[in-house]
Write a protein that binds this ligand. Structure first.
Ligand SMILES: NC(=O)c1ccc[n+]([C@@H]2O[C@H](COP(=O)([O-])OP(=O)(O)OC[C@H]3O[C@@H](n4cnc5c(N)ncnc54)[C@H](O)[C@@H]3O)[C@@H](O)[C@H]2O)c1
Length: 448
């Protein structure tokens, strides 16, 4: 089977590489000529671990074009991974996907034989079986059914681990127009992921609701852990990591994502949670848990900012270590580090920032309010207080000698990467959610 991939961005390029690595001939399409040119030269259009190596190794099966007729006519399946940006109301917009349906449909109108169209982009429930199918049928003059298949197959992948996630997904979600379309996509996944792939097949609307429900449940766990951290900030003797670790041992709960640290960010978690709330609202229902999850998340930056404010001497400098929303990606969308840097600068503090990959994109947002240090060590040397906000592995290597003579007197270690005992009195390691390391006063709640 030959596959065309529409959208060569953060997910589309790795999908091209992974399909080619499993023996598929892949043609990429993008409206951005630079991405097409790069893919044709087998140069990764985006930064993602392993992507360049895979594009180089499997280049014989990879090409790209801006010519829709060529790409669609020469392939049996077209998979679409273009943006579905959030609108002002919190729902996802379909404009880009609909524009693609016009292009794909126009070619399919002239192409004989079966073709499968797969929507990977995250959509609001009702979109794929509604306006997206309508647009494909109108543009192609064909009906979705026996000779034109349509599937919804959203991704749960985190940036920085896209290739690993594509090859080893927790499960694969398929919304299908009919059995034949689902069988073809399932067959592809059994080849890509393995015969044991965990695949859930259903209709479009169930799959669309499942996608945002998974992310909303995960963010609920993160916000629960952070809410627990807020309580532990104030409770004498409490340490949130001890409590969260114990809670996670219960098999009904599990440890994954029950990690108290900083709020969640990135291109999916915040907006999927908000979209979940929007779905309920549009239906006249309630999504209180999703709304509270989002509200708890939004206050995490100010929680950290308050701690910095308590520790920082007047006129002092704070170092923000980590600007990407997670390690191994330059993406700063909804990044807690960028938000914290901005909040502290807005409050009149001097900010020096560092990130191994995201300094450049962050400079375009923070350039005027923060200085940028070339290394974490430089940033710490210039600061009175440092905050490790993204758990890059290199921050775990922050050593006592970096602060021995001068430099930060406090390091706020959100992800608990450092061993406080090693730092002695020279530099105190502050752990959000570990009350006795925090500067604020503690309380008790026991009845007299
Ligand atoms: N990035 C993530 O972590 C992630 C995770 C899960 C799901 N998603 C979903 O995947 C979708 C795509 O996300 P992304 O991060 O890969 O986006 P992206 O912005 O990195 O890439 C999208 C690509 O599509 C191209 N494009 C736009 N309109 C086009 C058109 N009409 N024809 C051809 N190409 C077109 C753009 O030029 C760009 O290269 C979104 O719906 C997003 O919600 C993203």
């Amino acid at each position: 089977m030959r596959v065309s991939v529409v959208g060569l961005g953060k997910l589309g390029s790795p999908i091209v590489a992974v399909l080619a690595s499993k023996g598929y001939d892949v043609i990429g399409i993008d409206t951005n000529p630079l991405f097409v040119e790069k893919m044709n030269s087998h140069v990764a259009p985006v930064e993602e671990p392993l992507l360049q190596e895979m594009l180089t190794e499997h280049r014989a099966r990879i090409s790209a074009t801006s010519d829709w007729a060529k790409a669609i006519a020469q392939t049996d399946m077209t998979t679409i991974i273009v943006p579905t940006p959030s609108g002002a109301d919190g729902g996802f917009r379909n404009d880009y996907v609909l524009a693609v349906m016009d292009e794909v449909g126009a070619v399919l109108a002239r192409k004989p034989g079966y073709h499968l169209v797969v929507v990977h982009s995250t959509t609001m429930p009702g979109s794929v079986g509604g306006p997206i199918r309508d647009r494909l049928e109108r543009a192609s003059g064909r009906k979705v059914g026996p000779d034109l298949g349509l599937c919804y197959n959203p991704e749960f992948i985190a940036l920085g681990e896209v290739i690993k996630g594509l090859l080893h997904p927790d499960f694969i979600l398929i919304g299908e127009s009919d059995r034949k379309a689902g069988d073809i996509l399932e067959g592809l996944y059994r080849k890509v992921v393995g015969v044991d792939a965990n695949i859930a097949r259903m209709n479009f609307v169930n799959a669309e609701l499942t996608k945002i429900s998974v992310n909303t449940y995960v963010t609920m766990k993160i916000s629960f852990a952070n809410m627990l951290g807020e309580i532990c900030d104030r409770l004498e003797g409490a340490d949130v990591s001890v409590v969260a670790d114990a809670i996670g041992r219960d098999s009904r709960i599990g440890k994954k994502y029950l990690k108290p640290a900083v709020g969640y960010g990135g291109p999916c978690f915040p907006r999927d949670t908000i979209a979940f709330g929007r779905v309920a609202h549009l239906l006249g229902g309630k999504a209180d848990l999703a709304l509270s999850t989002d509200a708890i998340n939004r206050r995490q930056v100010m929680r950290l900012a308050d701690t910095v404010r308590e520790l920082l001497p007047g006129g002092g400098t704070v170092a923000i270590l980590g600007l990407s929303y997670k390690p191994h990606t330059p993406v700063i969308e909804e990044s807690q580090g960028v938000m914290l840097a901005k909040a502290l600068a807005d409050a009149g503090m001097h900010v020096v920032a560092h990130d191994p990959m995201a300094a450049k994109p962050a400079e375009s947002v923070l350039g005027k309010v923060a200085r940028f240090a070339a290394t974490a060590r430089d940033a710490i040397a210039q600061a009175d207080v440092a905050v490790i906000i993204t758990p890059w592995p290199e921050y775990a290597a922050i050593a006592p000698e970096w602060v021995a003579q001068d430099g930060a007197r406090f390091i706020i270690d959100c992800w608990r990467q450092l061993e406080p005992a090693l730092f002695g009195d020279q530099c105190k390691i502050i752990r959000p959610g570990h009350q006795e390391t925090l500067p604020s006063a503690a309380g008790r709640v026991a009845a007299e």
